[in-house]
Design a protein around this ligand. Sequence first.
Ligand SMILES: Nc1ncnc2c1ncn2[C@@H]1O[C@H](COP(=O)(O)OP(=O)(O)OP(=O)(O)O)[C@@H](O)[C@H]1O
Length: 353
Amino acid sequence: MVPESLVSYSGSMLFPLSIAIGSTSRLPFRGTISFGSSTATKTKEQRKIVCGCVAPPPNIGSDEYSATKFNDSYKSEQLSTLREQKDDSDVLIECRNVYKSFGEKHILKGVSFKIRNGEAVGIIGPSGTGKSTILKIMAGLLAPDNGEVYIRGRKRDGLISDEELSGLRIGLVFQSAALFDSLTVRENVGFLLYENSNMPEEQISELVKETLAAVGLKGVEDRLPSELSGGMKKRVALARSIIYDITKETIEPEVLLYDEPTAGLDPIASTVVEDLIRSVHVKGEDALGTTGKIASYVVVTHQHSTIRRAVDRLLFLYNGKIVWQGMTHEFMTSTNPIVQQFASGSLDGPIRY
Ligand SMILES: Nc1ncnc2c1ncn2[C@@H]1O[C@H](COP(=O)(O)OP(=O)(O)OP(=O)(O)O)[C@@H](O)[C@H]1O
């Protein structure tokens, strides 16, 4: 049986990585389970979720970010208004002074930021700077060496555990779609519901169909992942991350964490995925014209189109810290040398490879 704790995985692409599939599974596993390049197949990583959320996002603010440098053009009076914004009741996830090393490699050296309800946040920065690492820490897959992660104001100790209260679902959408090779699209998308809910199969099948339609896919339920294009796989993976058990009395809000969702896609397929990410957000509208259900999301990306199109606020991670943050439009006009170099792709500047 799938452990009870996996209820909280709620369809993220992360969940298959940590489960034990037993003989009572409703799904016809036929051997191979592929997770692309993910290393999580090798570890029994666990995650889980906590919390609830409220109110619209006041976005950035306060002097909590010691390493933050706002764009020079940002109006000082606006900034001071934001700094007065002390109400944290809408903060869903907070990383406070997070440190993480792998052996001698000190990757995160005091990272602090908050993700508020309703936000669409991008994390950018040079390769190897720890963007995926911070996503995994937010998701509860990795524990920080030092510093804290707060989920809706509650400190999370170590990794996610079964004892924690639920209330906020956190889905991590891997760069590779991480679909089960031997299962159909229907079985992949409905995976958690087949394994962990009491919903009848016909109801799951109908819900899968609706969810696929919401991400603009129709008539692919019976296909295997190998019969899909890269962009379609990403959409199937997204559908899996947003489906949930509609028979449960309380549906928890969900934060989705996307790790390079448009990597390897052509410009048009990237646009489709970027719009899709917007559409499943509470401020968006899905392919069926329904308001999206994702409370907030965080996107790690290198792609300018994704920065422009899919997020409102940016965190720039470099040398183990958040060295700049601001709204997306400020990124394009910033006079901060690190931001300018990254935006232009120049070899000259403070970022050295
Ligand atoms: N489990 C691990 N064990 C050892 N080293 C790791 C592990 N995970 C990450 N690293 C190292 O930590 C550094 C940061 O990795 P991470 O994937 O977080 O960077 P990133 O900013 O997402 O990079 P990219 O933009 O290239 O995807 C890299 O040097 C990576 O090799």
